[in-house]
Design a protein around this ligand. Structure first.
Ligand code: 2YP
Length: 260
């Protein structure tokens, strides 16, 4: 695993920029900016035959970028440092159902599952639920209907388990903000450092992208691992513009880190 040195440097840098003087949303932003220009690489979690915790802060996709930033921000800071052990512990709580690694399907593949887990464990707050009346019923089957995109779904056991998970999540109603209701300059209750999940109308999928809210000159932009620009960057355009430019994007969910 080629990350220890970079990983620790990244962590130490993040932690050493006066974490104590920052409030929680800034901790998310200050940790996120440490990843700027990190290459976008997909499928970095699919490198092992048996499911285990992968830490690769040198190559991130939209989800792993948010997970690493959240894990850093949730980890205790001692003498301005975050230990790799604490980081790994937080990351496991974020990425796996109830923090337990038990094969491929214990990983939280759907954003709804990932959010439910964070809310259940107390480190995420769904601020969309308290601020937006708009709701959408989930109907999830993307992974089971595209098994060719997921190597581990080659086994019938995993395929059956994913189907079960999809059925258990389907029917759940989630709060979201329709894109037409999201101003270019954001909303008063969307803060720097909030986690943004872009909801989609792609059949069988709930979310198509994730990032971190970041205001630039009053415009709500997205600090994200961009598959288009192949790196972590602050979007040059407003989040609302990003949504307008993608007919499959229908809105956003907003989640906030809660320090345990
Ligand atoms: C997730 O996809 C994967 C996880 O299996 C994976 O594809 C699904 C349903 N889940 O562990 C995780 C980390 O690699 O990625 C993400 C994907 O976004 C990609 C990574 C991106 O835009 O960079 C999450 O689900 C977040 O949005 C969707 C999107 N998946 C698809 O569009 C199929």
């Amino acid at each position: 695993m080629k990350t220890t040195a970079t990983f620790l440097l990244g962590i130490l840098c993040a932690a050493s920029i006066g974490v104590s003087a920052q409030n929680k949303s800034n901790i998310m932003v200050s940790n996120a900016i440490k990843f700027l220009n990190t290459p976008y690489v997909a499928h970095t979690l699919e490198v092992n035959n048996n499911e285990e915790l992968v830490i690769n802060c040198d190559e991130v996709d939209c989800t792993t970028f948010v997970e690493y930033v959240l894990a850093m921000s949730l980890s205790p800071v001692e003498d301005g440092q975050v230990s790799e052990g604490d980081f790994a512990k937080a990351l496991q709580q974020i990425r796996y159902r109830n923090g337990k690694i038990d094969g491929y399907t214990s990983r939280l593949h759907y954003n709804a599952d990932w959010v439910n887990n964070g809310v259940r464990q107390g480190f995420l707050e769904d601020v969309t639920a308290t601020n937006s009346p708009y709701m959408r019923k989930l109907s999830l089957n993307y992974m089971s209907s595209h098994p060719d995109l997921y190597r581990q779904l080659g086994t019938s056991d995993n395929k059956a388990k994913i189907k079960e998970i999809e059925q258990s999540l389907s029917g759940q109603e989630i709060h979201y903000i329709p894109k037409e209701k999201l101003p270019f300059n954001g909303l008063p209750w969307i803060e720097n450092g909030d986690i943004i999940a872009i909801t989609t109308n792609i059949p069988g999928l709930d979310v198509s992208h994730m990032g971190i809210a970041f205001y630039v000159e009053g415009k709500l932009c997205l600090l994200n691992a961009s598959s288009k620009d192949k790196k972590v960057e602050v979007s040059k355009i407003a989040l609302r513009q990003m949504l307008n430019e993608n007919s499959h994007s229908i809105g956003i969910r907003v989640l906030r880190m809660k320090k345990l």
